[in-house]
Design a binder for this molecule. Sequence first.
Ligand code: UDP
Ligand code: MG
Length: 319
Amino acid sequence: MSTTPLLSVVIPAFNEEANLKELIGRCLATGDRMGKTFEIILVDDGSSDRSAQLITEAAEQNPGKIIGVLLNRNYGQHPAVMAGFAESRGEIVVTLDADLQNPPEEIPKLVKKMEAGFDVVGSIRLSRRDTLFRKMSSLLINKAVQQSTGVLMHDYGCMLRAYRRPIVEALLQCQERTTFIPVLANSFARFTTEIEVHHEKRSQGNSKYSFWKLINLMFDLLTSMTTFPLRLLTLIGATIAVGGFGLGLLILAMRIIYGIEWAAEGVFTLFALLFIFIGAQFIGMGLLGEYIGRIYRDVRARPRYFVQKVVGRAKEQNV
Ligand code: UDP
Ligand code: MG
């Protein structure tokens, strides 16, 4: 197909053979109904089942409409989505899970919102159908991100999202190894909004996130956005040191008011001193952390900014 599609749908799949057929059918139907040029990019994240084969077959049957990207092994959901982004060409790029928890029928809603001029459209899951444990951990993650990044979105766990082309290009220029796409995207977006979408139980198979994979994801998310935990060391240290100093003063006052017996032969004094030194050590670690945080940011070498447009230059000067 020569025309660039307006819409790309990027779907990562890891051992999703049971869902793929229905997923592809529903996505194609939705795309056709929208009456726009579109492409569906299915990324096989090194599945050990027949997913890769199914994707290949679907791509052969729907040339130009379905594009398969087969990774050589399992890299994780977010790297897989990145691989899909690299292959996508649409002006609007929508990400979706392969497990049909978010119905593909919601895509037109996202696109409509995008046409109102937003850079990123997130989604909030209506009546979320997940286990309590997944809900709790998501709540914790969302709160932590809101606190530390200042980007206000209610539901980072939901991957049914739409991004404008420049945002996708920005994401692709981030060379860091660990990424959490919804949060990273927000750091490059100017106009963001959220819509409510339906959420179903996982159609087939089990969640591909084990407890440890989830913990891992949470740390990826936190450390990819903020070095605040390093600064926390300084804060903890300062609190302990001030506490120790306060205790020292209190002991001194008690000693003066109640006399020598109260001092318990110097045991409390020792505690006060100990706290001050422990606090000082934490502050030292926190200072190291400040430098490490800066090194981390520089090593990651994220682009500092993106120019949207340069105006006022003559055409020939532009090249
Ligand atoms: N996924 C992937 N690679 C992985 C784990 C998951 O591509 O290593 C895909 C998976 O196939 C699905 C999406 O990421 O399309 C979300 O995974 P899942 O539904 O298991 O996560 P949950 O809904 O439990 O958050
Ligand atoms: Mg899921």
